[in-house]
Design a protein around this ligand. Structure first.
Ligand code: ATP
Length: 323
């Protein structure tokens, strides 16, 4: 491998810049040239590509977002689009790719690698933590910290007014942000896609909490289709319990922004080194994951399966701690 291309794709996540820096510097360290590809697969099709030296990635480890920009690119989902991307790669002399993104981005990488026999290594870059085969994804820890500091502020006003707040957090169809965010912020419950919270169960939790010991409550809700989102849940509860003073907060895109946490910077740095070493070892079509603090290779086909289990101990802990 003489030249690698690096791109970020799909939803942005804090720590992507630390990953770009690590990939770039590790490649250069090993005598490999680096091309930065802008706007994800879109830039791979249109040829928005720049030669990267070590100074291109100076002073970015602390910045949120991605200096390479990101985009959704429906064209890459087509055979024709990927053929164009392949032509661009060849024209720029790129022999291998490092793709930083979520499950959609890695699905695209898998298709592309199979069609054109290109070595590709993926890094899990998403705040959702929904990739199988890795305990953590780049951006998840920062997003979790953002949620916790927001909920701390909401709690101040919730308790002053004696209100019940439903706080909607991101996560697509995965409840990691909601469940862990709830535990870390001392919320009363988390409504997550993996556990269809029975209506009665939710009411019971809230009613018990309110009646017994609490004058305010906070419930975190995953934004997913299966939960219906915080608005829907709040409407339901309001109808049945008109005595509660209910409010909804949708945290939205602040969860994607901000300076990455130390943990995300370290994770991204370690994974970036591992991505280049994997390519040098002849690995291909794998995502770098981390399991019990050890870096592992996860085939794309496994990583994108969307069946990452939620930790049941955490569900129990939240239930116990909210009495
Ligand atoms: P996040 O989960 O953080 O939103 P993501 O990587 O899952 O990130 P997507 O929008 O699902 O984000 O995917 C990003 C891009 O990957 C798509 O715009 C498309 O270009 C490409 N892609 C997704 N799925 C496929 C697929 N099955 N085949 C080819 N390309 C795909």
């Amino acid at each position: 491998i003489k030249c690698i291309g690096v791109l970020t794709s799909g939803g942005d996540a804090p720590g992507m810049n630390a990953a770009i820096r690590s990939v770039t510097r590790t490649a250069i360290y090993h005598g490999i040239r680096v091309k930065g590809i802008y706007r994800g697969y879109k830039g791979l099709i249109t040829g928005e590509i720049e030669d990267f030296e070590t100074q291109h990635v100076s002073n970015i480890i602390q910045r949120g977002g991605t200096i390479l920009k990101t985009a959704r690119c429906p064209e890459f989902c087509t055979v024709e689009g990927r053929a164009l991307a392949h032509e661009t790669m060849r024209a720029h002399g790129i022999d291998a790719l490092v793709v930083i993104g979520g499950d959609g981005s890695l699905s695209g990488a898998r298709e592309f690698a199979e069609e054109y026999d290109i070595p590709i290594v993926g890094l899990p870059g998403t705040i959702d933590n929904d990739l199988y085969g890795t305990d953590l994804t780049i951006g998840y820890d920062t997003a979790l910290n953002t949620i916790v500091s927001a909920v701390d502020k909401i709690r101040d006003t919730a308790s002053s007014h004696e209100r019940l707040f439903f706080v909607e957090v991101m996560g697509r169809e995965a409840g990691f942000l909601a469940l862990n965010g709830a535990i870390a912020s001392g919320a009363e419950a988390a409504i997550i896609p993996e556990y269809a919270f029975e209506k009665d169960q939710l009411a019971e939790t809230i009613e018990n909490g309110f009646r017994k010991t609490k004058n305010s409550s906070i419930v975190l809700v995953s934004e997913s289709e299966s939960t219906g989102g915080a608005m829907k849940v709040a409407e339901r509860v309001e109808k049945e319990y008109p005595q509660f003073d209910v409010r909804v907060v949708i945290l939205g895109h602040i969860q994607r922004g901000g300076s990455p946490s130390a943990q995300d910077r370290i994770l991204a740095s370690r994974m970036g080194v591992a991505a280049i070493e994997a390519l040098l070892e002849g690995q291909r079509n794998v995502m770098i994951g981390i399991v019990n603090d050890a870096l592992v290779y996860v085939p794309f086909s496994k990583a994108i399966k969307k069946n990452k289990p939620i930790d049941e101990d955490l569900v129990d802990a939240l239930r116990i701690l909210s009495i």
